[in-house]
Ligand binder design. Structure first.
Ligand code: G4P
Length: 529
C-alpha cells in the first residue's frame, strides 16, 4: 500500500457533540489520557487555566467558566492517528460549532444517562445529519441513577430516527453499577475505578466468574441476565455501512470520570469510524488519496497570543501530502501563499508541522488574508462548499465610547466579521455599525475583545431590528430598484454584500411577498466564488 493510502486509512478526524454538562470535557480528557497525549487527568482544565493566566483575551471565558473557543487535539491509539476537534458546548456559540462539524468525518455523541437526549444534543445532531456524519453514542454517568437502558435506546431511536445497536450492556446503575457486558466480544468488563489506562476494568469471560459473583448482588445479576437476553434478541446486528451512512449508531455505556468505557469507544472509532471522506467542492468531489494538496479554512481565531496580534486560520487538509514551506494557491484572491510556519496542535502545546496528511488540521498564522470558507490548493481551481454563515437572531448597534475612535472601530469590526465572530453590518443610511449574533452572550464576548485586543472601549445599544437577510437577484436592475425603495433597511456586510435588515417578522414577510424576484437568504455560503 502506498504511504498515502496508509496515512489516510489510519486517520480519524472527529468531534464530540453533547449538551453542556453531559461530560464532554471529561471524556475528551480521558481520550487524551488513553491516547497517551497527556499523563494525568486534570491536565485539560489545567491547560485552560494556564492559557487564561497567560493572557486576558477571553475574560468572559474566565468569568463565566465556559469554553468559547474550539481547538484541535492530536493523539495516537492502536496505530490510528486521531484529530479531535473540540466544539464549544455553550448554545450561544453554536455557529462556531456548526463550522467545526464541517471539518470532521465522524462524531461521538455524549449523553447523560439520567437525561438522555437534551436540546443542544438534538440541535447538533441535526447538523451532523445534514452532513451525513456518522455517530457513535456514549451514554455517560452510569455510576449515577440513570434512565433504564431500554428507555435510553428507545429515545435515541425515536427522537433521532436512527437504528441503535448496543455495543455494551450495563450491569446495574448508580452505586450498583458494576461494569458492562461487551456484546461484540462476549466478555464482561468489571469496573475497577482505577486511575488510568489499564486500571479501569477487569475482563471476565463467563458470567459465573467468581469476581462477578463477588461484585454483583444475585438479584441484580439475574435482572441483568434477563435484560441481556432481551437486548440480544431485540436489536439489529451492527452494520458498518449503515453506521457510516449515518443511519445507525453503535451505543456504548460507561462512566468517563471512572475511565470506564473510554478504551472501548476509542477502539470503536479506530475499528469503525471512517477515515477522511471525499469532500465536495463546487467543481467536483475531491478524494483524500489524491496526490495534490487541497483543503479549506473552517475557523479563524484571532489574537491567540495578544503580544503578537496573530490570527490563526484552522485549515482542514482534504487531499494530498502537505509539506512545510509549500506554496499554495489562495483561490479567492488568486495569490500564492507560502505556508512556512504551519502549526499542529498537540494536547498541551502547538508545534511546527513538518508535514500533514488528509484529515489533519493545520493552524496557519496570517494577517487577515485567510477567511472562513477559503480554499487553498496546489493550483487547481476548487471551492469547497458547505461552510455556512447564519442570519443573526439578535442585533445591536455598537458605538465607541470615544467618538474619535469610530474609524478604528470600523476596521476592527470588519476584522471580527471576517473572522466569523459575528455578523457586522454598516447601514446604508446613517452609517451605523450593527452587530448581529446568534446568542446574547456573544455581545459581551465581543465588547470584551474589542476593548482588550483593540483598545477601543465600546458600548452596545439595543435596536428594534429583527433579523437580516442577504439579498440577491439575477437582474442587478431589480436589486437596484429594491435598494432604492428600501434605503432605510439596507446595509452592507463586511464583504460589502447587501443585506436587508427587517424590523419585525411582518416587515420581512411582506417584503419577501412584494419582491418575488429577490432572493432573501438566511445563510450565506462563505465565499462561494
Ligand atoms: P461538559 O464538558 O459536557 O460540560 O461536562 P464535564 O465533562 O465538565 O462534566 C460535567 C460534570 O459531570 C462534572 O462535574 C464532571 O465531573 C461530571 N462527570 C463527568 N463524567 C461523569 C461520570 O461518568 N460520572 C459522574 N458521576 N460524573 C461525571 P462538576 O461537579 O460540574 O465539575 P467538576 O467539579 O467535577 O470539575
Amino acid at each position: 500500500m502506498s504511504k498515502m493510502n496508509t496515512e489516510v486509512r489510519r486517520r480519524r478526524t472527529f468531534a464530540i457533540i453533547s449538551h453542556p454538562d453531559a461530560g464532554k470535557t471529561t471524556l475528551t480528557e480521558k481520550l487524551l489520557l488513553f491516547g497517551g497525549a497527556i499523563q494525568l487527568a486534570g491536565e485539560v482544565k489545567a491547560r485552560g487555566a494556564r492559557r487564561r493566566a497567560r493572557s486576558d483575551w477571553m475574560k468572559v471565558e474566565q468569568e463565566r467558566g465556559i469554553s468559547v473557543t474550539a481547538s484541535v487535539m492530536r493523539f495516537e491509539f492502536d496505530g490510528c492517528a486521531f484529530n479531535l476537534l473540540d466544539t464549544p458546548g455553550h448554545q450561544d456559540f453554536s455557529e462556531d460549532t456548526y463550522r467545526t462539524l464541517t471539518a470532521v468525518d465522524s462524531a461521538i455523541m455524549v449523553l447523560d444517562a439520567a437525561k438522555g437526549i437534551e436540546a443542544q444534543t438534538l440541535k447538533l445532531f441535526e447538523v451532523c445529519r445534514l452532513r451525513d456524519i456518522p455517530i457513535i453514542t456514549f451514554i455517560n454517568k452510569m455510576d449515577r441513577e440513570s434512565l433504564d437502558p431500554f428507555e435510553l435506546l428507545d429515545q435515541i431511536e425515536q427522537t433521532l430516527a436512527l437504528d441503535v445497536v448496543p455495543v455494551s450492556w450495563p450491569i446495574g446503575m448508580g452505586q450498583h453499577f458494576a461494569g458492562c457486558y461487551d456484546l461484540f466480544n462476549d466478555q464482561i468488563l468489571l469496573m475497577k475505578k482505577g486511575s488510568g489506562p489499564g486500571e479501569e476494568a477487569e475482563v471476565c469471560k463467563e458470567l459465573d466468574d467468581p469476581r462477578i459473583i463477588n461484585a454483583v448482588k444475585p438479584d441484580l445479576l439475574e435482572e441483568f441476565k434477563g435484560q441481556l437476553e432481551m437486548a440480544q434478541g431485540l436489536f439489529p446486528e451492527f452494520d458498518q455501512n449503515a453506521y457510516r451512512e449515518g443511519h445507525m449508531t453503535p451505543v456504548f455505556f460507561g462512566s468517563a470520570i471512572n475511565n470506564f468505557g473510554v478504551k472501548e469507544i476509542l477502539q470503536g472509532i479506530a475499528d469503525h469510524a471512517p477515515s477522511p471522506r471525499p469532500q465536495k467542492a463546487l467543481e467536483r468531489e475531491v478524494k483524500a488519496e489524491e496526490s495534490k494538496v487541497s483543503g479549506f479554512v473552517f475557523k479563524i481565531q484571532a489574537n491567540m497570543d495578544p503580544k503578537h496580534r496573530d490570527r490563526v486560520a484552522f485549515f482542514r487538509l482534504c487531499s494530498g501530502h502537505f509539506k512545510r514551506g509549500q506554496k499554495l494557491r489562495h483561490i479567492r484572491s488568486d495569490k500564492t501563499i507560502n505556508i512556512h510556519n504551519p502549526m499542529l496542535f498537540l494536547a498541551q502545546s502547538r508545534a511546527l508541522a513538518e508535514d500533514a496528511w488528509p484529515g489533519d488540521i493545520l493552524g496557519i498564522p496570517n494577517h487577515g488574508n485567510l477567511r472562513i470558507g477559503d480554499t487553498l490548493t496546489e493550483g487547481e481551481t476548487l471551492h469547497y462548499t458547505g461552510i455556512p454563515s447564519f442570519a443573526p437572531e439578535l442585533m445591536q448597534k455598537v458605538r465607541p465610547d470615544d467618538p474619535m475612535r469610530s474609524k478604528h472601530l470600523g476596521k476592527t469590526l470588519r476584522q471580527l466579521g471576517e473572522e466569523g465572530a459575528a455578523r457586522v453590518f454598516k447601514t446604508f443610511m446613517g452609517g451605523d455599525w450593527v452587530i448581529g449574533v446568534l446568542g446574547a452572550l456573544q455581545f459581551e464576548v465581543l465588547a470584551d475583545r474589542i476593548r482588550t485586543e483593540y483598545n477601543i472601549p465600546v458600548h452596545f445599544e439595543s435596536t428594534t431590528l429583527f433579523t437580516a437577510r442577504w439579498i440577491e437577484a439575477d437582474d442587478h436592475r431589480v436589486l437596484k430598484k429594491f435598494h432604492d425603495a428600501n434605503q432605510a433597511s439596507i446595509a452592507a456586510d463586511h464583504d460589502d454584500q447587501p443585506v436587508f435588515l427587517s424590523r419585525n417578522a411582518w416587515h420581512l414577510d411582506t417584503t419577501i411577498e412584494e419582491w418575488p424576484d429577490i432572493r432573501f437568504l438566511k445563510t450565506k455560503e462563505q465565499n462561494p466564488g
